[in-house]
Design a protein around this ligand. Sequence first.
Ligand code: DX5
Ligand code: ZN
Length: 217
Amino acid sequence: MKIAPSILSADFANLERDIKVVEAGGADYIHVDVMDGQFVPNITIGANVVSAIRPTTKLPLDVHLMITEPERYVEDFAKAGADFIVVHQESTLHLHRVLQMIKNAGVKAGVVINPATPVSAIKEVLSMVDLVLVMTVNPGFGGQAFIPSCLTKIEELAAIRKECGYDYEIEVDGGVVPETAALCAQAGADVFVAGSYVYNAENPAQQIELLKAAIES
Ligand code: DX5
Ligand code: ZN
């Protein structure tokens, strides 16, 4: 079970400090939310910021691209030091090609589905990915409420993984707090992204502990 704090809810003027706090607090990945104001109604950061934070941590950078035509930027994020590049099924006409580009760049490839997208939409690429991200909110903002109907997709992905002998990690993102993390863990999730729960608190390290305790119970 891994915790991936999302720096979307960190202090953008103090990213190094906020990354080091969660690294010391037991985080497993750093989740980086890239938004273009087109695929989602919000704008965040680009490859230059990924490059700037790269030297601040030993943890893998889990880069979640919420951008249209991610194929145009794979190279930039790979060069910036991303360990995972995760692309939305809904964001490109050529999902297989983008995933191949990511792998050819020597980066772990992830695919992500919105709440309205079924697992069947990514069936053909499950054999080639290192990670599948199930959005449990509609992407664009931190601090939204968890959508419980997404849980069955986690179960489905865990069943397919077992049946076909695949080894992708199942990640969840959106509205993750101890109660919802426990439900996702039960359904078969391995990696838990949490933004506001970790960072909108006095002690982010303690929040990570609380999430881990809920997942392991
Ligand atoms: C939402 C982002 C999330 C966001 C989650 O579009 O993909 O990673 O940071 O925030 P919380 O944990 O606050 O729901
Ligand atoms: Zn995200």
